[in-house]
Design a protein around this ligand. Sequence first.
Ligand SMILES: [Zn+2]
Length: 428
Amino acid sequence: MSKFLVKARILNPISDRKCCVYDDGAMVFSEKKGEIYYCGKFKELPKKYHSLTCIDYSDRVIVPALYDLHFHWVQDDVRLMPKASLLSWLSQYTWPHEAKFKNKKFSRMKAQKFFKRLAGVGTIGGAVFSSLHEHSLEHAIEFACGDYVVGNVLMTMNSPKELTQTQKNAKTLIDKFSKKYQSSYALTPRFAPTTHPEIMAYGAKVAKKNKCFIQSHLCETQNEIEYVLGLYRKIPGFEKVKSYVEVYEKCQILGKKTLMGHGIYLSKDERKILSKTKTKIIHCPTSNAPVKERGLGSGLFNFKSCERDGIDWALGSDIGGGPFLSMFDVMRSFVMQNEKAEISGATYTKALYRTTLKSAEILEISRTSGNFAAKKFANFLVLKAPKSIGGTGHSAEKILSAIIKKCAKKRSAYDSLVEHTYYRGNKL
Ligand SMILES: [Zn+2]
């Protein structure tokens, strides 16, 4: 018998403002097929399911498993290194560390450990940056458990010697991976300064032909923007570019399958281009947070202006710019930073939606994933419920806030917030 009935308090995210709560909830799923057959109130459960083996999580809360749409798996060891600014942290810690992934054995061992931990904190999909080494992408694909899109960073210029590849090598890898992995591959210019515009333009053509994703970084700090414009305005054909977004636009890497990390400092004209091209922004609040909160101090993403201009966005951890793996820590940071800045609308309900259903939409898998509905995959997390939300009748916002705030003082505790992670009906 591979069908199970789970009893629990179930939270089902629907939109920025709506998350259904089933206090006395029931979910029926198949371990073999991985699919959900029923999700809703226990008292409305069809009779035919009453005799199934019941897994009783009545004192627990169940939410959909989470997506992290921007992180660097090869930066796990530099998450907690001192961060004075983006460019100095990159050159001092990150790049020397990424160079170590040249060693295949090291890379494989790291991938095996990292992705196991990632599933343990409740993440079962997302968009990942590998190092520039061919095998580091292969290792991520081998060990990542869930629905991931992976790219090897392209670094053909302005990079340290040990992390510079030839243009020929970059093209060979683009050709190989885009054909081999299609929509599980993301063309990944690290960011405009490190990747020749010819490589971006070439890659964009190949990626679009093979239905691959594209990911990079955009407008994370003001220094970075000045650096990009200074560099590109010296490159023939780019002399007149007005903005960072225009650089990417000219290289043709914008589009509906393009995920740009950060986007903190965007002008109105830049937002217009992003909206027109349907480019997505991945907001990484813990990475952008002040240095005293172990972020890079880059600033606060303006989610309201992006939404107003019709730009789709979701949340990411940006490990190792972000210090912790758990997307619950990322949700907390999103809510608290906006609260502190007295910006309304940054709720836990919204944060959950932007880490589940919206992310699945961006990954183009929302037909089968992202929240609970019959025929979707049973991807869910089992969480302990704090005493303050005992009984019934609490709103989703109150339940989420109680669960997430509980670990706010000791952020490493987010690593053990998830009791069980289920992916396609199987406990990981
Ligand atoms: Zn990043």
